[in-house]
Ligand binder design. Sequence first.
Ligand code: SF4
Length: 182
Amino acid sequence: MGLKPTVAFNHLGCEKNRVDTEHMLGLLVQAGYQVDANEELADYVVVNTCSFIEAAREESVRTLVELAAAHKKIVITGCLAQHFHHELLDELPEAVALVGTGDYHRIVEVIERAEAGERVKLVSPEPTYLADETVPRYRTTTSSVAYLRVAEGCDYRCAFCIIPHLRGNQRSRPMRACRKWC
Ligand code: SF4
């Protein structure tokens, strides 16, 4: 079997998004992929985007455009992918995959399908997934810091807040899953 491709991550957004980045890294490492902090050395770059306010969207789009100019195979994940899932693949031909905030745990399958030549779109309209302690995680913070995400989403629909549209309804990790951080 040939060497699996190298995957780098460009992480944007909040620490909630960071936990998703760390789970994707963990899943890819467990599946035998090389991960590298250096985007220049990577075959694929996963951009875990933010879409909270205009400035965050601009930063996400700027990052995607820069990677497209560098001819990288781009996987768009995170909140911008969820928010603009109808148009992002059309807008960015260099993107090989689009993955929603409720689908990041399928990142290994996404890369496999992209490697097979498919342009992958995996976006649940209503994100419901929440990783627990059984999902591998590759921590990106310093050794004294680790984030424990105990809940995700929100059941309210306040007119000024986009979070439920990006992250789905409120769900919590069970107590058993909070005794271990990863
Ligand atoms: S949109 Fe909100 S939840 Fe998503 S990455 Fe940005 S700050 Fe985090």
